[in-house]
Design a protein around this ligand. Sequence first.
Ligand code: MG
Length: 363
Amino acid sequence: MFTLIIAAAGSSARAGVNKIFAELNGRTVLERAVIPFLQFKEITEIIVTLPKGQIADGEKILKPLFKNVLITEGGNSRYLSVKNALSLVKTPYVIVHDGARPFVTKKIIEDNLSIALKFGSAVTAIPSVDTVAFGEETEEKIIGKTGVKNIQTPETFLTEELKQAYALSSEEFTDESGLYLKYIKPPHFSSGDIKNKKITYKEDLTPDYLTGCGFDCHKLAEGRKFILGGIEIDHPKGLLGHSDADVLCHALSDAILSALGLPDIGRRFPDDDPKFLNANSILLLNDAFCEVKKRNYSITNVSAVVMAEKPKLNPYADRIKEKLSAVLDTPKEYIGLTFTTLEGLGFIGREEGVAASATVILN
Ligand code: MG
């Protein structure tokens, strides 16, 4: 009943990489754009338009997923690619979807197909949250915001009507809805989703959020300073280590490095390197944070637990948060810090050591 056309013959000029074959969590963008449609048994054929040199790669990826898939060579524009593909469609309805929209969901498709079956056309759209204006260098026309929509895909039409629109048109359109509007009638809208975005820039291929966890533990010893979160704690014993043995900074640094998939601080700052003898661990944390900034991420929040039998650490919480907030460039409210004893149990309970665990979210 439905043929799905995937428009994937674009040049990826703005992304600077081939976005269609780029990987998103272990699968290519192209696979992710197709897979949500496979659960609809009404879709009996898929036609994918790709640049000539990528047809074999497309077949290798898509043939194992769906038997009835045809890969065709795209034209010089999306308009011409879809026009060519459309000439091959024999089913009563045709769905057109961008190959660079990998976040399409079952719900979006369901809504789109049911509106198309009811009215003969369905264009996925979302209300614009921004005021839309027109003009190259200066604002020449204000389109506004009320009633303004951003068009996404899928777009579904009666095949004969869309073929008729293409036959009548001598100009190129950026999508099928504009063409249908001009030559047939106003198409109906179906509900899109802000997450159903089109991969346009390289940054669109990196995950929105990363999470990491870290853990550390140091012995308590006489004659050492007790440094926690960069603050000196008043206590007869301190933490023993090659650096200043700040367990909280170490757990936090490891959480950050782990979120970025980088080696932990033990490998980054070896404890047999004299350079790091009595090192200020705030500097190690700052080094981990530089890796965050380098990748254009920032810290959404951190949450850490310090496990110590003694001393009472709560009175230091505010100062520690202030210090970490400055290093991590994150408001104090987003730095969660809890302290716990171990009720006298184990090495922490016997006051032989202190441990800390930390979780971080980057965005
Ligand atoms: Mg450590």
